[in-house]
Design a protein around this ligand. Structure first.
Ligand SMILES: Nc1ncnc2c1ncn2[C@@H]1O[C@H](COP(=O)(O)OP(=O)(O)OP(=O)(O)O)[C@@H](O)[C@H]1O
Ligand SMILES: [Mg+2]
Length: 318
């Protein structure tokens, strides 16, 4: 079976504007651009995870380039290296080809998670955008447009994506469940929404992970979210131990916001990660114990956990 059919997020990824749920403003503004292709500006898609940004970028590419999409689109995402060299080499080479072909208005560069590009790389990108704009259009995708340098922002039409609401997520999940012949209830689907807070990718993945023997139950959803949270907590601790305090802190905020997990759970999962053989294990556990104690005394959890990550990150240099 092809991977697209195994993963429900791929199997149910929309291929037409009409099938994208929510994002009404974005779709309305995109539609005329797809009709007058020559006039299409560079696009900047910004918004929360799992709201359809990558999906819409791919739809734009499909509508504009049709069967030639794979030849005339360069897609780079976070797993690719994003330093200045990649931008210079891969993007520049691709963007500056000027071969024209019937039915191809321009080449398309899709830079997913563009806000993770270094500033230097963004500056280089800006220059490439200027130099190649006759033959090439860029679609930049990011969570926060404020992380994109101003000169790039001002060269793009900015599209802001909204978090998808509960009714729409539940409705979408209901359709998938029906199509996959998986038994479930409204209450279970609502709990999937609550655990994933409008991130459709996570919601669909959770539904699939929790679907066993043709049924999704509350118990299965709880079991899977437990595992998800455990994985996220481990990621945060490892980032901190690697010295990346800012990254760890941002993920911590996401975790507490998205999952609303109790601090004590976070500490418990952190302990599991550290005792599994983290670097500086002894010192790290002492730090954990100290903050565990402070939380019991009733200190502000957000401040304490952030301070804990700072201390863990400081171990890196030792
Ligand atoms: N608005 C939407 N309508 C329909 N399906 C959606 C929508 N948004 C997301 N999905 C589903 O979630 C999956 C992931 O969406 P997508 O990759 O477009 O998210 P994204 O906004 O790029 O998120 P991220 O910021 O995490 O990359 C899609 O394959 C699709 O199944
Ligand atoms: Mg994406």
């Amino acid at each position: 079976m092809p991977i697209e059919d195994l993963m429900w997020v791929e199997k149910y990824r929309p291929h037409n504007l009409e099938d994208v749920i929510n994002q009404t403003d974005v779709k309305e503004r995109l539609r005329p651009l797809l009709e007058k292709q020559q006039q299409m500006p560079h696009l900047l898609f910004a918004g929360p995870p799992g709201s359809g940004k990558t999906t819409l970028a791919q739809i734009v590419a499909e509508k504009i380039l049709g069967d030639l999409k794979s030849d005339y689109t360069l897609s780079l995402n976070a797993s690719d290296e994003r330093g200045i060299n990649t931008v210079r080499e891969r993007v520049k080479v691709f963007a500056s080809y000027s071969d024209r072909r019937e039915g191809v208005p321009f080449r398309l560069v899709i830079l997913d998670e563009a806000d993770e590009m270094t500033r230097d790389a963004q500056t280089a990108l800006r220059r490439i955008m200027e130099e190649s704009s006759r033959f090439t259009r860029f679609i930049l995708v990011c969570n926060y447009s404020s992380n994109i340098i101003e000169p790039i922002q001002s060269r793009c039409a900015i599209f802001r994506f909204q978090r998808v609401g509960s009714d729409e997520v539940v409705g979408y999940l209901r359709k998938i469940a029906k199509n996959e012949k998986v038994k479930t209830t409204e209450k279970v689907l609502e709990s999937v929404y609550e655990a994933t807070n409008g991130d459709l990718r996570q919601a669909i993945n959770l539904l699939q992970a929790a679907a066993a023997d043709g049924e999704v139950t509350m118990e299965r959803v709880d079991a899977v979210t437990g595992a998800l949270v455990r994985g996220r907590a481990a990621e945060i601790v490892n980032l901190a131990l690697d010295g990346d305090f800012a990254g760890a802190r941002q993920k911590l905020v996401e975790l507490t916001k998205v999952y609303g997990i109790p601090e004590s759970d976070f500490l418990r999962y952190s302990n599991e990660t550290i005792t599994a053989g983290a670097p500086h294990m002894a010192e790290a556990i002492k730090i954990l114990a100290e903050y565990d104690y402070r939380l019991v005394l009733g200190a502000n959890p957000e401040i304490q956990l952030t301070a804990m990550l700072a201390e863990l990150a400081a171990l890196k240099g030792k």
